[in-house]
Design a protein around this ligand. Structure first.
Ligand SMILES: Nc1nc2c(ncn2[C@@H]2O[C@H](COP(=O)(O)OP(=O)(O)O)[C@@H](O)[C@H]2O)c(=O)[nH]1
Ligand SMILES: [Mg+2]
Length: 326
């Protein structure tokens, strides 16, 4: 990535400054932009060791947490912290290496989830639970979701948990993965759907909460082997961007992995890339324009209706996503 790549904030600032709005209107929009720019996003990762937490973050963001190992978390907690601009990832150790150790980890997770920021809101915006879809034993994850995470997040839990079923490629021993097209064949697809349904049912039984897990593949690279690319990573991002508080979405946009290959392989139930872009344009309109007057699918509206600064902003966001998704 080139050094002079501008952030979404800088690009939007230029759109506003170069528009033909009055000075007063420009000042109002720029001040809203500054507010949005100061937002912080905090994502907590939980899941068994080896479920693919580090791989998922590396695939999704311009961040390399795998190589860092233990990271730079506060010494009073076993949770590691990785910071990229306004995005902070809190990586928790996997459970299952001993009763005493599990107690310490669980306590640290609960403390972190209960921690409030200066604004009085919880620090953690979102918990991403990563499960290994090739594993038969997901009991530890269910316990953590049903007995720790959901009770801790309370009424907001459905707005603050995403469940990813990773390693779709090696479920069913990898026998049904279409390597050439980097996607599951029909048999594996049916298996994954069933797996997701069973995870969903297990959580619903335990907590009453209806969460739809996303089957994906973070991809991996192993020495001497061809590198495998992510599958449904755009789908996962699409859910994250929808669930994250609106005013924080731009933080994610600015830190996405710019390797286009990572975003190319998704199931075709929806155009997740296009919809992610619409969600972001809509958000930008809300916070900078001061009202989402065109609704979501602004690009579908004839150009002249989306003229002026709104058109410029929509064009800027579209350009950013083109450089990420291709
Ligand atoms: N085949 C396959 N391997 C994966 C996938 N995600 C992660 N891995 C591999 O699983 C191992 C553990 O991944 P890692 O991200 O370190 O897991 P963590 O302990 O949860 O952070 C690594 O060797 C990864 O390359 C995936 O989607 N498919
Ligand atoms: Mg890790």
């Amino acid at each position: 990535m080139s050094e002079e790549k501008k952030s979404i904030y800088e690009l939007l600032e230029a759109d506003i400054t170069n528009s033909d709005l009055s000075e007063a209107e420009k000042a109002a929009k720029l001040s809203r932009l500054i507010q949005v720019r100061s937002k912080q996003v905090n994502i907590m990762l939980v899941g068994a060791t080896g479920s693919g937490k580090s791989s998922t973050v590396n695939a999704m963001f311009n961040m390399n947490v795998a190589k860092v190992g233990v990271g730079v978390g506060p010494e009073t907690s076993c949770i590691s912290k990785f910071v990229l601009d306004n995005l902070t990832i809190w990586d928790t150790p996997g459970l299952g290496d001993g009763v005493e150790r599990d107690k310490v980890i669980t306590r640290d997770i609960i403390n972190k989830l209960n921690e409030l920021g200066e604004d009085g809101n919880p620090i953690i915006d979102l918990v991403v639970v990563i499960m290994d879809s090739s594993s038969k034993d997901l009991g530890t994850s269910y316990d953590l979701i049903n007995n720790v995470l959901i009770p801790c997040l309370g009424k907001e839990a459905h707005k603050r948990i995403i469940i990813g079923l990773n390693q779709a490629d090696i479920a069913m021993k990898g026998n049904h993965w279409n390597k050439a097209e980097n996607k599951p064949d029909d048999v594996l697809n049916a298996f994954l759907k069933k797996k997701a349904a069973s995870v969903r049912a297990r959580i619903k039984e335990g907590t009453g909460l209806d969460l739809e897990p996303i089957c994906y593949c973070a991809g991996y690279s192993e020495e001497g082997e061809a590198q495998s690319k992510p599958y449904n990573l755009t789908k996962l991002l699409h859910s994250i961007i929808q669930i994250i508080p609106r005013e924080k979405r731009l933080v994610l946009v600015d830190n996405l992995n710019t390797n286009k290959e990572n975003w190319k392989h998704d199931d075709e139930e929806e155009d997740y890339g296009e919809d992610t872009e619409y969600v972001v344009i809509d958000t930008v309109f809300d916070f900078i324009e001061g009202g989402s007057e065109f609704g979501g699918k602004v690009l579908g509206i004839p150009g002249k209706l989306v003229g002026g600064v709104a058109g410029a902003i929509a064009g800027t966001v579209a350009g950013i996503f083109k450089s990420i998704f291709g």
